[in-house]
Write a protein that binds this ligand. Structure first.
Ligand SMILES: [Fe+2]
Ligand SMILES: [Fe+2]
Length: 262
């Protein structure tokens, strides 16, 4: 049985070269290294609590949140320093399918963990608790979760509900991180208010007057960029839960951002 240190144990087992990566390419490390997973987990876990996901499930969902872009960490830095249009077709394919590759690669890494460590047992436990499946599903369109219900691979309907919810939480937290942090190929300057407007828009939640005004302040260039982040709809229940996470929490995660109206 694994305790709260499971994620640290996993990082030790499968990321032996982290320190080296950090030295060689600090920007990459920050974008899709451990830091990205940590930030995403830091908003996704409290969101999951607000939504009433059982603690036993959250324990495993957190592992998926921390390692969801595992494959991206392994890609060469050129993938992240070039705009999408300049990438070769194959490179774009790898990026577009990184959720599946992350799931497979992470599973393989856990399986191949040091023989002195419980890699195989850990794999079974993580697999049983949907960790790899959450990673696999983290870029699905919200509507597509209905397809999962007819999946023959998962018979337990309750498990399916947890999987869909845990993955939808990850999608929101991941998109928030994309908007509140810089990427090598672009620099966004979104405020927390603007992020909330975007989440509400794409989840079909109506905007109030102040939020409409915030939206109008986004110029065309930024609106176009924000659309590129994810052509996706968010689960409105997840967005409402996310909105309840306090500003204090967000500021701790993104200390360099300036937040309005605080
Ligand atoms: Fe991703
Ligand atoms: Fe991500």
């Amino acid at each position: 049985m694994y305790n709260k240190n499971t994620v640290e144990l996993l990082e030790e087992l499968i990321e032996p070269s982290t320190e080296q990566n950090k030295v060689e390419c600090p920007e990459l490390y920050d974008v899709y290294g451990i830091a990205h997973g940590k930030r995403v987990a830091a908003t996704a876990v409290p969101t999951a609590r607000i939504l009433g996901l059982p603690e036993e499930k959250i324990k495993y969902a957190e592992i998926a949140y921390r390692f969801h872009d595992f494959f991206k960490r392994k890609l060469k830095e050129e993938f992240w320093f070039l705009p999408r249009e300049e990438l070769a077709k194959k490179q774009r394919y790898l990026i577009d399918h990184h959720a599946s590759y992350s799931s497979i690669l992470f599973a393989a890494a856990v399986l191949a963990a040091d023989k002195n460590n419980p890699g195989l047992n850990m794999f079974k436990e993580l697999n049983d608790n949907l960790v790899f499946k959450i990673i696999n599903e983290h870029h699905r369109y919200y509507q597509e979760y209905d397809d999962l219900k007819s999946s023959s691979r998962i018979i337990d309907k309750k498990k399916l509900e947890y999987l869909a919810l845990a993955a939808q939480i990850l999608t929101v937290a991941d998109s928030v991180d994309a908007m509140l942090s810089n990427r090598p190929y672009r620099s966004y300057d979104f405020s927390y208010d603007e992020v909330m407007v975007e989440l509400k828009e794409k989840s079909g939640i109506g905007l109030d007057e102040a939020e409409q005004a915030t939206k109008l302040k986004l110029d065309d260039k930024r609106m176009q960029k924000i659309r590129e982040i994810r052509k996706i709809e968010f689960n409105p229940e997840v967005v409402r839960a996310f909105a309840k996470i306090s500003f204090d929490n967000i500021i701790q995660i993104y200390p360099k951002k300036e937040f309005p109206n605080l």
